[in-house]
Design a binder for this molecule. Sequence first.
Ligand SMILES: Cc1cc2nc3c(=O)[nH]c(=O)nc-3n(C[C@H](O)[C@H](O)[C@H](O)COP(=O)(O)OP(=O)(O)OC[C@H]3O[C@@H](n4cnc5c(N)ncnc54)[C@H](O)[C@@H]3O)c2cc1C
Length: 443
Amino acid sequence: MDLDLPKSEYPRVVIVGGGFGGIELAKRLKKKPFQVVMLDKHNYHTFQPLLYQVATGGLEPDSIAFPIRKIFKGQKNLLFRVTKVNEIISAENCILTDIGKITYDYLVIATGSTSNFFGNQEIENNSMPMKSIPEALDLRSLILQNFEKSLIEANKDKKTALLNFVVVGGGPTGVETSGAIAELKKHVIPNDYPELDLKKVNIYLIENSPELLGVMSPQAQQKSKDFLLEMGVNVMNSTRVLAYDGQTLTLQDKPPILASTVIWSAGVKGQVIPGLDKAEIVRGGRLKTDTQNLISGYANIYAIGDVAAIIDDETPNGHPGVAPAAIQQGHQLAKNLVNIKENKPLEKFKYFDKGSMATVGRNKAVVDLGKIRFQGVFAWFTWMFVHLMTLVGFRNKIIVFVNWLWCYFSYDRGARLIIRTFAKDRSIDYRTDIPKVEEVKKV
Ligand SMILES: Cc1cc2nc3c(=O)[nH]c(=O)nc-3n(C[C@H](O)[C@H](O)[C@H](O)COP(=O)(O)OP(=O)(O)OC[C@H]3O[C@@H](n4cnc5c(N)ncnc54)[C@H](O)[C@@H]3O)c2cc1C
């Protein structure tokens, strides 16, 4: 059934995804001669760079999310609907969603990426991804539940597993998450669980390649490792994960690790919507586009951000999957859609790399700004400033800033709440702790 949307004299641009790229594109189309329809499965925009702080009790989830409707308050040419887009039928210029069929003149896929388990179903079932707020909240619950369970667990192996925290993937997310758990261990756990033997709490960071932060400078790579080792994290480079059954993590050529918490940050892949049969999927499961973000094989379907890879001689592997690349692509596509309407020549995308940074813990961060590289306290303040400035919403900036100040002076992480228990057992609805209907029937 067709979704009933207001009619417009202007061509319709449907944007799937209210992430960094989609939001920028829609904002830039304000007051332009288009009807913009934005669709997202959530009613909020997620600031993913701070998800790890939600997962480790440092920030409330609301402070890193922003209502999409509020972003577009007053933008008269924009309609927003909460729905999941399930399929594209390009021959009919329409998409199928949970709420009906929507036609488009131009379609923009800005669906971002999802965790890549490289086809290993067992790891996918048992480890914890961290790409969305619900996933970060699951992880927060699991970490806290495992500390609680460890106090009452009599079996030695199970107790060991409950107190071992493994992060797989030594990119920025892995480094930041393992650092945050190490701070939790140092500053919070001794106060909350005075009877717990801290020596039994172990944090591992496992990375396949010989260095951490593969995209950063050798100085940043070395310093981040030094910081983590100083904070008590067991950094295991050149280590490959083979399997994880929920209790035992099997490694290649190394002894296994007993762990009830394994956080998977070892890779991402584009969230491609079914139906784009002519599109070429390149490395990282991304949609190949030209330098104007047009998906190869289509005349009016574009892709921007993490789901897209602009492939040309200068960028044979596409651009990095980071927020600035998504934002810049959204900005340029808005200009080009207007250029198309006005029969003007189209612009080629040129990525402006603003540099990269990662924080490891209090007073510890690494920053690469082209040839300018620095680490330590100043880098940490730079990291905090940049993240505060890029957070969407004044209220969120204030809340996060106050939280960080509080955390800095009190050494506390205030959001350590198990609001909804998390069960890895998929037969239990973890939101209610009630066995799922099929399971009840079986009983
Ligand atoms: C833990 C973590 C930390 C990160 N840290 C940094 C960092 O420090 N700096 C940095 O620059 N980048 C960082 N990134 C990467 C950055 O977040 C991404 O590059 C950026 O979000 C990509 O923007 P996007 O617009 O392509 O997609 P996203 O921001 O991921 O948005 C995609 C949107 O599409 C929606 N969606 C997906 N599929 C559908 C569908 N079928 N139907 C409807 N809606 C759909 C989603 O709900 C989401 O809102 C981090 C990522 C993660 C996960």
